[in-house]
Write a protein that binds this ligand. Structure first.
Ligand code: HEC
Length: 179
């Protein structure tokens, strides 16, 4: 048997059931893999947590679900007041709005917009604001405790924009927004 302590090959002193082991330097390729993995993990950790470029799978899925919900509810960004005003000068848009108004809104607001169960929409007095954007918001959200349904989920952004265009076209007191 070798004298383990002074073995030039580095045989270690212990022996288990007669099995001994060398104490050899780990090969470089192995060390490179180990240290490389450690360095990569630090870099990856910092990149992941500090830059936010890599999104968690669940966060991505949640983002897509939210986007779909928004699209389904028709709550995509409300058009600018100015855009709604311009739509009110386009006869096809106004005609589309009128059609929806007669089938959906006239029962409460009157075919002439002069009101009934709901407010007069053809004069200068407004409870929830009379700018195109405010009217858009009121129609989208409704005034549930006063009996005005929330139309956003039912009609969507496009048809509500047409409705606002129609109301503007019928109400000479609504001022043209500067932006
Ligand atoms: C079931 C009846 C009903 C229907 C249908 C209805 N509304 Fe209303 N609406 C109301 C009531 C009631 C109010 C008043 C809410 C309040 O007093 O705060 C109102 C308020 C409004 C206002 C705010 C008026 C203001 O003075 O600020 C707008 C704009 C409006 N409705 C538009 C519409 C449009 C457009 C539709 C069709 C998509 C519609 N409404 C359908 C009942 C209705």
């Amino acid at each position: 048997m070798n004298t383990p302590d002074h073995d030039p090959e580095g045989l270690r002193p212990h022996s288990y059931d007669g099995i001994q082991e060398y104490d050899k330097r780990l090969p470089n390729w192995w060390l490179f893999t180990l240290y490389g993995a450690i360095i990569f993990s630090i870099g990856y950790w910092a990149y992941f947590h500090w830059t936010g470029h890599i999104q968690d799978g669940w966060v991505r899925v949640q983002g897509q679900i939210d986007a779909l919900k928004l699209a389904a509810a028709g709550n995509s960004a409300a058009p600018e007041g100015r855009k709604l005003w311009e739509m009110s000068r386009e006869p096809e848009v106004v005609a589309a709005g009128e059609k929806t108004f007669m089938s959906t809104c006239a029962a409460c607001h009157g075919a002439d917009l002069k009101g009934g169960i709901g407010q007069n929409l053809s004069d200068a007095s407004w409870v929830h604001g009379g700018t195109p954007s405010e009217i858009y918001t009121t129609i989208t959200q409704g005034v549930l405790d006063k009996g005005m349904p929330s139309w956003g989920p039912l009609l969507g952004a496009q048809r509500i924009s047409e409705l606002v265009a129609f109301v503007i076209s019928k109400n000479p007191t609504i001022a043209e927004p500067s932006e």
